[in-house]
Write a protein that binds this ligand. Structure first.
Ligand SMILES: Cc1ncc(C[n+]2csc(CCOP(=O)(O)OP(=O)(O)O)c2C)c(N)n1
Ligand SMILES: [Mg+2]
Length: 1040
């Protein structure tokens, strides 16, 4: 509407001579200038201001424009009344006059006098004709905009979307006058546009914004309405008029309005019936064999299976070779069996409670497992790889993960526009409307570094969520309204009409292939059983379920239709059923031979060649993560220069780069350079790196500057990291949308696709990770245990108590540590490969590095390890610029490693037996402790040991350190509050290491509800207090 009003407002007068020159050439003009190519719309040449013409209002202007363009091309192509109007207007008729003075229809012939002398008086019938045409135009538009409200979408026939009036349920094969009036009243919200039943037989010219005419350009009103009813008010409801792109709207109109567009060949109908049979009989088979098992069956939405198969067939036809899918519980086993084609016996044996699990890990329930399968698409005869990503119960959480994996698959096969790999996401109606991650994922859909070039979304809209009705579960008319934010068309379809379902799925796949944008198919269906097969739905939805009990199953309805049409015989239908039942029975028999459950068979992302054939790491060691001096120097050069010509950077940045150059000359690195060395070297070794998160390009703390911006040329950027070496792997660094849940999920999915890439997500501040808690709790922490798949994602979480208040301080180390799977009470056997084996056994690695060299090593180790584990790094803020938090090249040379623990190496280590206290700590507090020790002159009496890798815990090295200082008492010092930070995690582990021979005292902040105080003074007082405790050798006397 807004667009139309703007168009109308843009109409502006031209002189008659200008008009004469432009007639016949009114097409957009493309001009190339120094600023690039620009397209200009021609100036509209009405001489009369818009406001003066009563019919040039917002809704009619579109129509008038169309008429005008048609007239410019050929004055005879429009009705004579329009011809007169435009001639008069171009001739300079004053406001209002052009409209009032067309000639009598039969009298119009030659040109109108440019001096307006021949303008003649208005004829009432012409005025009515113009108004009626405008009314018809508005009517067509009303159907396009609102027809879906009147479509018969609900197979149960009991619902009505949140529209003021209930739809008029007509079927509308013939236009009944009463119904027509009612329909007009609804579609035009009370206004009839001046049309009445006497107009039904009048012939109207059709505007170019409709395709209902087919080859005809004019139709009687009655026929116009009938065809609009057929297009917009049957079993398909098309919601698309909010899309602000004319070409896309036209494309959709053509797909749904063209007469006879929804026709199926006999072959297609028979394939559809066969697919419906498989979908239906699969559920029936499971119900028969395991009536007391939860399977979240598809009954009531059986057409989902042919729907998905159609999307895949059509996409394969368009060149897609890989489809990555994510879906919730409903119908998942059916999708595995009939879409992905998982062997039936593998599915059936999941129901056998006596089978033992063959693989390590805790496993997951059958309706969460993933799958990967490469096969020939029978319809297109082309290879296609289908994968279904494993997911937790948490509805919709898998959405961004699927998108990330899809993006990665596209990236690795050089598919820059999504022509070869695509994603399909399935949703439940309640979850689609309710879960914010759906919105967050939609917002990734068009971002350059996150787009997967269009996702097909399919909603199993069974009009219920567990026991909750839509009217209390969402505030929007449809569960799909969230998709409107990205201008995705939404095709609602009655799932009891399989042909309508197939049609919209074909259009959806074509839409994706044409525009590479998201699209939604809303399968309006019902749920025949309860939420699961054990639930009684009559408790809560008695009337709905009375109706459902009466509802004829969709397969039966469709089979009867095809039999009646003669497309298939009853015998053929029954034979097809027995054929599939037999397949199920035979698979069931085979499933009984399975002795063991292999979760590995349910892997969604295999990494060919990374493991040995039986899935083990190829070694249990990690080479040195150091680099040659030459390499360090070279990467340092890249980090401190601008590798392209004529590129003006900001003066402040020049100083930063100069500073980097100096550090390199002094053979030192700060935090940013340490990271540069790690990234640059891995890229050089062919490892793709992707760093994503809010403001990561510059770095929240303005320390990174991985993307340089030309100060004189808009959008001209340079990424020096991509200039390390000519044959390096590409570096992707991307500022993300402001969504932790969506972006972390996305990067996790990206990291799933290949082990040969370093994928990092950085939180703006560590505490913001909790809005992505579900990805951390459900995927990152237990992913391998549940789904036997590894993931090497790295989380960079800025952390530290720096007086910045309760937020922005803590990345909540206590939470990550609490979820580590190493046993605090068992001293592990220390073998030669202990350090690596321990990493192999853990569920994730948690580190807090105190210097840039160690950060450099841990990043490189992540790739040089022969397996993948998630890595959580608490990263510094003030240490980024701390003069002492620098490392020498010596700590990064060949032979050097990541130090899990940095032992005391100062004065205290000269006479260890005289040391009175060992303070164990981690991270930034180390610098506060050393400063305090120095000021107190206690270097000989207090040793300070840094635990850099908190988990898995370096039991061996902690033991060596406590043995070394055998006469010292042991203190854990942290800047966090006592109930937070690391204390609860390290204390029992240190105690186990020393066989509980001594206490482990605590020096740190008191327990607290908030992570930090908002008062700077209190912050400093707390710091002073715990430093006093840490260095007060009598501080714990009373507690002994
Ligand atoms: C995030 C989340 N919250 C709650 C649940 C519990 N739950 C499981 S299924 C379900 C209803 C889902 O309804 P809908 O999305 O319409 O799917 P349907 O079961 O109807 O196919 C709920 C609330 C869940 N799995 N995930
Ligand atoms: Mg539902």
């Amino acid at each position: 509407m807004h667009r139309l009003r703007t168009c109308a407002a843009r109409l502006r007068p031209l002189t008659a001579s200008q008009a004469a020159q432009t007639v016949g050439q009114q097409r957009p003009i493309t001009v190339t200038t120094s600023g690039g190519t620009r397209t200009f719309q021609p100036i509209r040449c009405y001489t009369a201001p818009v406001a003066s013409e009563p019919f040039l209002n917002g809704t009619s202007s579109n129509y008038v424009e169309e008429m005008y363009y048609a007239w410019l091309e050929n004055p005879k192509s429009v009705h004579k009344s329009w011809d007169v109007f435009f001639r008069n207007a171009n001739a300079g008729a004053p406001p209002g006059a052009a409209y009032q003075s067309p000639l009598g229809l039969s009298a119009v012939s030659g040109l109108v006098d440019p001096q307006l002398s021949s303008l003649v008086g208005a004829q009432p019938n012409v005025e009515k004709l113009v108004e009626d045409h405008l009314a018809v135009q508005s009517l067509i538009r009303a159907y396009q905009v609102m027809g879906h409200h009147n479509a018969q979408l609900d197979p149960l026939g009991i619902s009505c979307v949140n529209f003021d009036d209930a739809p008029v349920n007509t079927g509308f094969q013939d236009v009944d006058v009463a119904v027509f009036k009612e329909r007009l009243r609804i579609l035009t919200v009370g206004g009839f546009y001046g049309l009445d039943e006497s107009d039904l037989d009048k012939v109207f010219r059709l505007p170019t914004t409709t395709f209902i005419g087919g080859s005809e350009s004019a139709l009687p009103l009655k026929e116009i309405i009938r065809r609009l009813e057929m297009s917009y008010c049957q079993h398909i409801g098309v919601e698309f008029m909010f899309i602000n792109d004319l070409e896309q709207c036209q494309w959709i109109r053509q797909k749904f309005e063209t007469p006879g567009v929804m026709q199926f060949t006999l072959e297609e109908k028979r394939t559809l019936l066969a697919r419906m049979i498989r979908s239906t009989r699969f559920e029936e088979f499971l119900q028969k064999k395991w009536s007391a098992e939860k399977r979240f069956g598809l009954e009531g939405c059986e057409s989902l299976i042919p729907a998905l198969k159609t999307i895949i067939d059509k996409s394969s036809e368009n060149g897609v070779e890989g489809v990555i899918m994510g879906m919730p519980h409903r119908g998942r086993l059916n999708v595995l069996a009939n879409v992905i084609r998982k062997e039936l016996e593998q599915i059936f044996c999941q129901f056998d409670s006596k089978l033992e699990a063959a693989d390590e890990g805790s496993g997951d329930v059958k309706y969460h497992l993933g799958m990967y399968h490469r096969r020939i698409n029978r319809v297109t005869d082309r290879n296609i790889t289908l994968s279904l990503v494993a997911n937790p119960s948490h509805l919709e959480a898998v959405d961004p993960v699927v998108q990330g994996k899809t993006k990665a698959e596209q990236f690795y096969c050089g598919d820059n526009d999504g022509k070869r790999v695509m994603s399909i996401l399935l949703h439940g109606d309640a979850a689609f409307a309710g879960q914010g991650i759906v919105y967050e994922t939609f917002h990734l859909s068009d971002l350059p570094s996150y787009t997967t070039h269009g996702t097909v979304h399919v909603v199993v809209n069974n009009q219920i969520g567990f026991t909750t009705d839509p009217r209390v579960a969402r505030s929007s008319p449809y569960p799909t309204d969230v998709a409107r934010v990205v201008n995705a068309p939404i095709f609602h379809v009655n799932a009891d009409d399989p042909e309508a379902v197939i049609y919209v799925c074909k259009v959806a796949a074509e839409w994706r292939a044409t525009f590479h944008k998201d699209v939604v198919v809303d399968l309006v269906c019902y749920r025949r059983m309860g939420h699961n097969e054990m639930d009684e739905p009559m408790f809560t939805q008695p009337l709905m379920y009375k109706q459902i009990k009466k509802q004829k199953p969709v397969l039966q309805k469709y089979a009867e239709k095809l039999i009646a049409e003669g497309a298939v015989s009853r015998q053929e239908y029954e034979e097809e059923i027995s054929k599939y039942d037999k397949i199920c029975e035979e698979a069931y028999t085979r499933s009984k031979d399975e002795k063991i459950l292999h979760i590995k068979h349910w892997l969604d992302s295999p990494w060919p060649g990374f493991f040995t054939l039986d899935g083990q790491p190829k070694s249990m060691s990690c080479p040195s993560t150091g680099l040659t001096e030459e390499n360090l120097n070279h990467i340092g050069q890249v980090a401190s220069s601008v590798p392209v010509e004529d590129f003006t950077i900001h003066g402040g940045l020049s100083r930063i780069l100069k500073g980097r150059g100096e550090m390199i000359r002094n053979r030192t690195v700060d935090w940013a350079l340490g990271e540069y060395m790690a990234f640059g070297s891995l890229l050089k070794e062919g490892i793709h790196i992707r760093l994503s998160g809010q403001d990561v390009e510059r770095g929240t703390f303005s320390h990174r500057h991985h993307v340089l911006h030309d100060q004189n040329v808009d959008k001209r950027i340079c990424i020096p990291m991509n200039h390390v070496s000519p044959d390096q792997a590409p570096y992707t660094v991307c500022n993300s949308s402001l969504s932790e849940y969506g972006v972390l999920g996305f990067e996790l999915g990206f990291a799933m696709a290949s082990p040969n890439a370093l994928i990092l997500w950085e939180a703006q501040f560590g505490d913001f990770h909790n809005t992505a808690q579900c990805i951390i709790d459900q995927f990152i922490c237990p992913g391998q245990a549940k789904w036997v798949r590894q993931n090497g994602i790295v989380l960079l979480l800025p952390h530290g108590m720096e007086g910045m208040g309760p937020e922005h301080s803590s990345a909540r180390p206590e939470r990550f540590l609490q979820m580590c799977n190493d046993d605090p009470d068992v001293m592990p056997t220390i073998t030669e490969d202990f350090a690596v084996r321990q990493l192999y056994d853990c569920n994730w690695i948690v580190v807090n590095c105190s210097n840039p060299a160690n950060y450099f090593h841990v990043l490189r180790r992540q790739i040089l390890l022969p397996f993948r584990k998630p890595l959580i790094i608490f990263t510094p803020k003030s240490l980024l610029r701390h003069p002492e938090a620098r490392s020498s090249f010596d700590e990064m040379l060949p032979g050097t490693h990541f130090q899990r623990l940095i032992p005391e190496a100062g004065v205290a280590s000269e006479r260890p037996e005289e040391v009175k206290r060992v303070i164990f700590c981690t991270g930034k507090v180390y610098y506060e402790l050393t400063k305090e020790r120095k000021s107190r002159g206690m270097e000989a009496t207090v040793a300070i040991t840094r635990i850099e890798q908190l988990s898995p815990f370096p039991f061996d090295q902690v033991k060596a350190e406590s043995d070394r200082f055998m006469n010292a008492d042991l203190v854990w010092c942290q800047e966090e509050h006592k109930n937070q930070g690391y204390y609860d995690y390290v204390k029992p582990r240190i105690r186990t290491t020393i066989q509980r021979a001594k206490p482990v005292w605590y020096a740190g902040r008191e327990p607290a509800a908030a992570p930090a105080t908002g008062n700077k003074n209190t912050h400093l007082m707390e710091l002073r207090r715990f430093l006093d405790t840490a260095f007060g050798l009598d501080a714990f006397k009373d507690q002994q």
